[in-house]
Every structure is written in structure tokens, then in C-alpha cells.
Design a protein around this ligand. Structure first.
Ligand SMILES: [Zn+2]
Length: 42
């Protein structure tokens, strides 16, 4: 879905501006879409 408010991505900490595509991660927190997995980095 699209963000209705300016929020912060819990995965990367970046700001997400209203209108950006966002998604919920497994912990029900908003992150950028596609969902980022902070533990997926090498
Ligand atoms: Zn992010």
C-alpha cells in the first residue's frame, strides 16, 4: 500500500514519504516495499 504519512522504515531507518509504496514486515512494522530483511545482508 502507499504511505499516508511520513514515517520511518524500521529496517533501514530511512524516512518514507507519503505516497511511497510500503509494506509490513513480519513484526508488523512498516518498511519500504519490497520488504527489507536487515539480516539478509552478507
Ligand atoms: Zn527501508
Amino acid at each position: 500500500m502507499k504511505a499516508k504519512f511520513a514515517i520511518s522504515c524500521v529496517s533501514c531507518g530511512d524516512k518514507i514519504q507519503p505516497g511511497k509504496e510500503i509494506s509490513k514486515n513480519k513484526d508488523e512494522n512498516w518498511v519500504h516495499k519490497p520488504v527489507e530483511d536487515s539480516e539478509g545482508l552478507p
